[in-house]
Design a protein around this ligand. Structure first.
Ligand SMILES: [Zn+2]
Length: 306
């Protein structure tokens, strides 16, 4: 028994060594955001602010710099009150930025007597966990690109947070040097393309996916949008940046033919494939390590509508 325990422990050690960001960390971050205590993270609630503060704490742990002012919390006005996006910077070897985003708000609570909390584990605690995971990955590294991490608020009420922060003049020094924004939206499950794979909305509008896949580590693959008819490219937070002519796409693993948990109380941590998510985050990190302003210059073609 002792031998077996030692063997198990050794194998676990090897496994966690091979993975730069541990599955345990991914579980902790996602489970905290999707916990019942967060009560569905609806904008305008105390729990929404608690979620913003939690993300700010994670940014601080990873030694990110403020995007503007003296806080990771970037205020905007919602129904006459202050709400916050969360923004942090990792300085790289160059002034060119890559951006990583997701939305931390969700839709609050329901009247369902069995389960009245919309935990939003997939939508979009998984996306926030991905951008936090990428900042974890680079905590003790100096990437070629500088990186900006933005957790949007108010997506569920009409992409309010991304509209606000994308037009915040205090961030123009970042936006003017932003090569591309990767917006993560529902990445908790295995995609229709299998594991270690995502799809990109609006893949027909730019060559970002081709350039990324050329450098992709460990078989990570960005696939074309199988739901192109739904025009998700124009319906997610990335569009606030598309309007600024910045390369900005959303990345997802959601299988629309199976996602019965979408905007349901059942979108909790039970739907999350933590193995797959941890693999995707680490492989994103390994791929991003290879990208530089020399080899990664994605461009829009003429078919995109700004
Ligand atoms: Zn969402």
């Amino acid at each position: 028994m002792k031998k077996l325990t030692y063997l198990t422990f050794s194998l676990l050690s090897v496994f966690s060594f091979a993975q730069e960001v541990s599955q345990e960390r991914i579980q902790t971050v996602l489970s905290t955001l999707a916990s019942d205590e967060m009560k569905g993270r609806e904008i305008g609630t105390q729990e929404n602010e608690n979620a913003a503060s939690y993300i700010a704490k994670l940014f601080k742990e990873n030694n990110l710099e403020y995007c503007t002012g003296n806080s990771y919390l970037v205020p905007f006005t919602y129904k006459g009150k202050t709400a916050y996006n969360v923004c942090g910077i990792k300085k790289g070897k160059t002034y060119q930025y890559l951006g990583f985003s997701g939305h931390f708000d969700h839709i609050g609570t329901s009247n369902n007597s069995k389960d009245n909390i919309y935990n939003g584990a997939d939508d979009d605690a998984s996306g926030i966990t991905t951008l936090v995971g990428i900042s974890d990955y680079f905590k003790n590294k100096e990437p070629e690109f500088s990186m900006v991490f933005i957790a949007f608020n108010g997506e569920e009420k009409g992409m309010l947070g991304s509209k606000a922060i994308s037009t915040d003049k205090n961030l123009d020094k970042i936006y003017n040097n932003l090569t591309a924004l990767f917006n993560f939206e529902m990445v908790a499950t295995e995609s229709a393309f299998g594991k270690n794979a995502l799809f990109m909305t609006g893949d027909e509008f730019s060559d970002l996916d081709e350039l990324f896949n050329e450098n992709a580590a460990n078989g990570l693959k960005i696939n074309p949008d199988p739901y192109a008819a739904q025009q998700l490219f124009y319906r997610s937070d990335n569009v606030s940046f598309v309007k600024k002519k910045i390369i900005a796409h959303s990345f997802s693993t959601v299988d629309m033919t199976k996602a019965s948990h979408y905007h349901s109380e059942s979108d909790d941590i039970n739907v999350v494939d933590f193995d797959n998510l941890t693999q995707i985050i680490n492989n994103f990190g390994k791929t991003l390590e290879k990208l530089s302003p020399e080899n990664f210059t994605p461009k829009y073609n003429n078919s995109v509508k700004f």
